[in-house]
Design a protein around this ligand. Sequence first.
Ligand SMILES: NC(=O)c1ccc[n+]([C@@H]2O[C@H](COP(=O)([O-])OP(=O)(O)OC[C@H]3O[C@@H](n4cnc5c(N)ncnc54)[C@H](O)[C@@H]3O)[C@@H](O)[C@H]2O)c1
Length: 365
Amino acid sequence: MTTVGIVGLGVMGLGIAQVLAGAGFDVLATDARAEAREGAVERLRIQVARTGGDAEAVAARLSLVDGPEAMGAADLVIEAIAEDLPAKRALFATLEEAVAPGAVLATNTSSLAVGRIAAGLRHPGRVVGLHFFNPAPVQRLVELICHAGTSDDAAATARKLAEMAGQEVIEAPDRPGFIVNRCARPFYGEALALLEEGRGPAEIDAAMLAAGYRIGPLSLIDLIGADVNLAATRSVAEAMDGHPRYHVFATLERQVAAGALGRKAGRGFLFPERPGAPPPDSDTIAARIEAALVNEAGWLLSEGGVTAEAIDRATRLALNWPRGPFDILAARGGAAIRATLAALESRAPAHLRGRYAPAPVLEAT
Ligand SMILES: NC(=O)c1ccc[n+]([C@@H]2O[C@H](COP(=O)([O-])OP(=O)(O)OC[C@H]3O[C@@H](n4cnc5c(N)ncnc54)[C@H](O)[C@@H]3O)[C@@H](O)[C@H]2O)c1
């Protein structure tokens, strides 16, 4: 395997191109927009130079082609186009006509089911998810998602490619949000619930910093952008049929409507302020948010196709959490987590009723 195709040269596609070309692969790339194609080599050169790499050598491995029809030489193609199911399906239909019989087609989708992207193709078995995180050259994790019909060969090829490119590969089930984007939801959601109960953003974030987190949930929304966070929240909420564990908090919607998107807008939940001293009940806040993290991971585990170790490793790597949800469960104990959830459920407002129902794994601990 030497040649990799990339379709879509936006934030993710170019980042993935940097990872692969940097690891010595020849990269064939394209984008629907001519200016994205024309500027790609220069953008890659600048990106690599910024990180102190050999910009000329890496950029020399990137070749632009006019469209997906010209990807016949690729052993594996990664799609990083717009998050739109019909567009991705149309692209894969074109790609499967263009590539060799043994070639693998990978999607970088964050929120669409890989099985739905593969459905309708002549050879759906060659489709996998290879979910890189932003910024791809910095984030070491790649989630490998196999849908029900993915062939063992395709999965093995995709894993090998990502590992040869220096990434850590963790297999994730083809469920909404996979592992990381799913398990991250309550980190934000529980902080928003606390805000709606009248707690201040600085004290919520300070409590999480005191508990060992690198960044508090509201500062993290400010960093990512409240609009990006809202889109991810809505997408998981819809895919999970509006279950109250994925409630879309009005506070987040209002924040977006007001344009207080975070750093990029100059103001957010907390930005430009910083978290202050932790409040006296700091551990109660952290215990509540962590109980929700454990519970979400527990529900994901109960759906199958993933291990507790994979969930812990993926969340620590991609989210920079000091410990994974099952490490938290071991440290705090099932009884304490259940008691926290029961107390939250007993006083949950109508729109959150059922949010704190304990996952089966908690019943067993
Ligand atoms: N941005 C993130 O943090 C992130 C993280 C992980 C995964 N993803 C996923 O990666 C994919 C790309 O996201 P992004 O943030 O890089 O988007 P982006 O908007 O920065 O880039 C998308 C690029 O694809 C091109 N494009 C759109 N439709 C196309 C088509 N039919 N054929 C060829 N090119 C086309 C656009 O011109 C654009 O250059 C999405 O599926 C997204 O969900 C994004």
